[in-house]
Design a protein around this ligand. Structure first.
Ligand code: PEP
Length: 250
């Protein structure tokens, strides 16, 4: 089994002072893990996160980037701006962005390609809603999200991508997918990637589970054969909880 990639998605939380306090508490708690640890922080916390984690095993990510290099796109951030700061990862296509900010498979693809071109590693989120799952459309939706959202991605580019399978009904709801539900869905997604990119590339691809993962359920989820890590929202805002998830499967 691969080592896990455990990423925290802070969403729109933490001022600079709060970010510094959280990171300083977290650093010693995760220093000795073999797993990859990433914190995806608000743009305004990137500088703080990068300087406090310099020389440590914590990697820093942003939560979005635009697909253009520059121009009249008020409020947006270009991938090269993140890269220049020293940011390594960027979350793309989170369900909250799909729901509240009009993100589509096409814009997910555009952002992913631009992030890759700038040398960032995208963490690309996919996942079905409760209605889609209950109406038996989960596989159709996940297939479309992979086929459309990764349409122009090359096999070489895929090596620099992490995928997060996040069932929308489990995000921020306290309802977690069972270990088997998470594993089965990720296995299915891996099969779609195998059809598109070949079996070896799909095997090597990191696919995380995200959706109310916490210090109590992480060990079970992360022990499943196809779950290569976690994308963690709420629980990543508490250092001890996030550290427990980081150490849950080593
Ligand atoms: C997320 O933001 O990607 C997420 C999974 O949130 P939560 O862990 O709070 O459900």
């Amino acid at each position: 089994m691969k080592n896990k990639i455990i990423a925290g998605n802070w969403k729109m939380n933490k001022t600079r002072a709060e970010a510094a306090a959280l990171i300083e508490e977290l650093l010693p708690l995760v220093a000795d893990t073999p797993n990859t640890v990433i914190i995806c922080v608000p743009f305004t916390d990137l500088d703080t996160a990068l300087s406090l984690t310099a020389g440590s095993n914590i990697r820093v990510g942003a939560q979005n980037c635009h697909w253009k290099e520059s121009g009249a796109y008020t409020g947006e951030i270009a991938p090269s701006m993140l890269k220049e700061m020293g940011v390594e990862y960027v979350v793309i296509g989170h369900s909250e962005r799909r729901t509240y900010f009009g993100e589509t498979d096409a814009t997910v693809l555009a952002r992913t390609k631009a992030a890759l071109a700038a040398g960032l590693r995208p963490i690309v989120c996919i996942g079905e809603t409760l209605a889609e799952r209950q109406s038996g459309r989960m596989e159709e939706v996940l297939t479309r999200q992979v086929q459309e959202g990764f349409k122009d991605v090359t096999p070489d580019e895929l090596k620099n991508i992490v995928v997060a399978y996040e069932p929308v009904w489990a995000i921020g709801t306290g309802v977690t997918a069972t270990d088997e539900q998470a594993n089965d869905a990720i296995k299915f997604v891996r099969g779609v990637f195998a059809d598109k990119f070949g079996g070896k590339a799909a095997e090597e691809l990191y696919i995380q589970y995200g959706g109310s993962m916490n210090d109590a359920n992480a060990a079970g989820l992360l022990s499943m054969s196809d779950v290569d890590g976690g994308l963690i929202g709420g629980a990543s805002l508490v250092a001890k909880k996030f550290a427990a998830i980081v150490h849950a499967h080593e």
